[in-house]
Write a protein that binds this ligand. Sequence first.
Ligand code: ATP
Ligand code: MG
Length: 226
Amino acid sequence: MTNNLIISGRGLCRYYRRGSETVKALDGVDIDVRAGESVCVLGPSGSGKTTLINLLSALDAPTAGTLTIDGRRVDGLAERELVNIRRGTLGYVFQQFHLIPTLTVAENVALPLLFLGRTADSGELTRVLEAVGLSERATHLPRELSGGQMQRVAIGRALIARPRVLIADEPTGNLDRQTGDAVFELFLNAVRRDGVALVLTTHNLTLAARCDRTVTLADGRVTPDA
Ligand SMILES: Nc1ncnc2c1ncn2[C@@H]1O[C@H](COP(=O)(O)OP(=O)(O)OP(=O)(O)O)[C@@H](O)[C@H]1O
Ligand SMILES: [Mg+2]
């Protein structure tokens, strides 16, 4: 195994049972992502992008196949161990921000450290707030922010624990084009600056083209890029 390989999935399958029917949401996907690399997952609605993202972020387990994240086999791990992988190795950002409405921007960003039994030293928090352009908004509540700012809080929260992998499912889906563009740039900065491995999905082909690579899904399988 190349030592900077952070994610390695082989033959990843995720089948859902719906009554007597089996939905093959993912059907034998191979994926490798290296440190300092950005990979964009593309494909039509229902092609399996979110299903794949949920496997790569250890939120869901594959029906079949093997998955290694940061050198650890995660397929077959118990939920308790997956939680540790999620907290220690992964940072994620979802389409609907998921901020805690009663916490300030700074508190939302620092939240993951609480789960790790740490508190943010002020330098760390300042660095992340600066990186996502929210230094001036540190004491604001989420409801006082625009959508783009909320998403930047979510990115800050994903970065605070210095994850090796950053995962995002349509992080710009709820943002206008210009705001989405700026948010996308923050992701790419994390790849350049911190050498994280980034996997995200988008329906925006212009944004996708700014990633190092794209992986296109159709009916749960990888299709050769055109
Ligand atoms: N919990 C579930 N139970 C049954 N089928 C599911 C479930 N979740 C997803 N699916 C099915 O799996 C397939 C892939 O869904 P997925 O959400 O991964 O697609 P997607 O590529 O993310 O689509 P979109 O672009 O609309 O977000 C779809 O056919 C979907 O209906
Ligand atoms: Mg989806």
